[in-house]
Design a protein around this ligand. Structure first.
Ligand code: MSP
Length: 539
């Protein structure tokens, strides 16, 4: 299989406050997917970062007696620190106050002013200040003129604004979404399907959208040619996906078709306004032959997940104050390890259309059942027996007919790929667990610990344990995107440290090769080491 070029993003998070579990969640999901692509050998680019030019950022700054930039600097650092501590493998970190972002946004908006897709007008209507979002009359009325997300009253606004001609792209967008296949060289999709249908209905009623505001007090990017007006924070923010890859060496990532992970709160911007802005740009001079003679591509997919909610069912958020903050996240990492947090969030989180309740009890259950009792236990059982019965070395190839196991693994690998392709991360991880359970059953059925009492049976013991070690090696390759640290420790114990070296610092792996049966080197000394996931006893 030839390597692909792959581009994955998270929302850029507001820096009005510190990061919380919701931000960490989307970033971990994107990280798992990015790692999966690197594991396959794809040329992968993973982008996350922060959204600085919101009014709530300058408001919060003023409350603290700081300039907006000072407050944004502090919180941007808090986000990048958390992501670093969580070993996120993002290739860059967006700051919308950076020059490269601002200069590119200015150029894009100028292009749209020139083409007539951005024009001056007057806005009168409702505004959700907490969400920094203009709300159409019917939606505002439907929610009793309160914010759908925060529940706070909407604000009535009347001001001169620049508008984006969304209506000019409505039909094209609808065709793309309804067909979700290549139409006139473009392809764009929204998942899950229920979200796609929701957005199709809303686009049918779409009107032109305001893309500037007044009175931003110098915090933001001015509309080119009109210093009174600031580019609306949402337009500024959406462009991050493009500004950070608008360089000679990165344009290929954009052209490969971005995969944007977001939550359902910001679906409208990503599934309607964003692709329409790209459709508008791609016909403008410079963008019609943007990279290697090809016009600017559309994103490939907007994947809109649901929410982590508290045990009582409320959305976890900063404004509700019920979120897990960096300290609480660190506590989980200190007790269970970073892999456990990644694994729990990625496999039990709200991908799809249902919310997930976060609870410590569930976390402990999943940790013990999927990690301690499955991967951790199986690895220590097998390496210990190799130590005890085979002198701690991978045995020479034995008499076993491996067709059954290699066939089983091939099928499993195909299902694993299919699950990643549809972003069913829990199912993908489940394939790794299936293989480990197969190892456990094999040990239970063949009982190598009993056979080992009879010296003449040692070749048979060697065969069984080699089979188990091979299967665990492959399971660890499949599980690496989820629990990279434990897998890397295991690899170093079984003589596969070269996998870690290949994948270090954004490097690429060779999944197709690594999942082939029969890669362990006979004679390799096995290290037993400590439990990868010690069982947790709740106090
Ligand atoms: N700045 C905008 C996004 C601009 S993207 C061009 C924004 N920022 S935010 O800080 O409010 O982050 C929203 C995102 O954080 C959600 O879309 C989601 O990815 C994540 N989450 C925030 N709370 C969450 C939960 N309770 N559960 C799951 N994800 C959550 O909107």
């Amino acid at each position: 299989m030839t390597a692909e070029t792959f581009y994955v993003t998270t929302p850029i998070y507001y820096v009005n406050d510190k990061p919380h579990l919701g931000h960490v969640y989307t970033t971990i999901v994107a990280d798992v997917v990015a790692r999966h692509h690197r594991l396959k050998g794809d040329d992968t680019f993973f982008l996350t970062g922060v959204d600085e030019h919101a009014a709530k950022v300058s408001d919060r700054a003023a409350e603290q007696g700081l300039s907006a930039q000072q407050w944004a600097d502090q919180n941007a650092a808090a986000f990048s620190d958390v992501f670093e501590r969580l070993e996120m493998t993002n290739d860059d970190f967006v700051r919308t106050s950076s020059h490269r972002h601002k200069d590119n946004v200015t150029a894009y908006v100028r292009t749209l002013l020139d083409s007539g897709d951005v024009y001056a007008g007057q806005y009168e209507g409702w505004y959700d200040a907490g969400q920094e979002e203009y709300v159409p009359e019917n939606k505002a009325a439907g929610n009793g003129y309160k914010s759908e997300v925060t529940g706070k009253p909407l604000v009535r606004k009347k001001e001169k604004n620049y508008f984006f001609k969304l209506t000019a792209y409505r039909d094209e967008l609808l065709t793309l979404l309804e067909r979700h296949e290549v139409v006139n060289g473009c392809r764009f999709d929204v998942q899950p399907t229920a979200r796609r249908n929701e957005i199709i209905n809303r686009i049918k009623e779409a009107e032109d959208v305001p893309i500037s505001r007044t009175g931003a007090g110098g915090w933001g990017i001015p509309v080119p040619g009109d210093a009174e007006q600031t580019i609306y924070v949402w337009i500024d923010a959406l462009f991050n996906y493009l500004t950070y890859v608008d360089t000679d060496d990165r344009r290929k990532y954009w052209q490969a078709g971005a995969v944007h992970f977001i939550a359902k709160d910001i679906l409208w911007f990503h599934a309607a306004i964003w692709p329409a802005l790209i459709l508008a740009l791609r016909k403008c001079p410079g963008f019609d032959a943007w990279h290697e003679g090809e016009p600017l591509a559309l994103p490939k997919l907007v994947y809109s997940h649901s929410y982590w909610v508290s045990e009582t069912g409320e959305k976890m958020s900063k404004s509700l104050g019920n979120f897990l903050d960096p300290q609480a996240i660190d506590n989980y990492v200190n007790v269970f390890g970073l892999d456990a947090l990644r694994y729990f969030l990625a496999t039990r989180g709200p991908l799809g259309v249902s919310d997930s309740a976060f609870s410590e009890d569930l976390f402990v259950d999943v940790y013990n059942s999927d990690l301690a009792n499955t991967f951790g236990n199986s690895c220590s059982r097998v390496t210990k027996m190799i130590g005890k019965y085979l002198g701690g070395k991978i045995p020479d190839l034995t008499t076993e007919d491996t067709a059954k196991w290699s066939g089983f693994v091939e099928q499993l690998h195909l299902r694993y790929e299919a699950s990643f392709a549809t972003l069913e991360l829990s199912d993908a991880a489940g394939e790794g667990r299936t293989l480990i359970r197969q190892v456990d059953s094999h040990i239970d059925e063949t009982a190598p610990f009993k056979l080992a009492k009879d010296e003449s049976k040692l070749p048979e013991v060697a065969t069984i344990l080699l089979t188990c070690a091979e299967a665990l090696r492959i399971a660890s390759v499949l599980l690496w995107p989820f629990i990279p640290d434990a897998c890397e420790v295991f690899w170093s114990r079984i003589g596969c440290g070269h996998y870690t070296r290949a994948l270090a610092a954004g490097g690429s792996g060779d999944l197709a090769q690594w999942v082939k049966w029969g890669q362990l080197q006979p004679g390799t000394a096995i290290e037993i080491g400590e439990a990868l996931f010690p069982r947790y006893q709740p106090k």
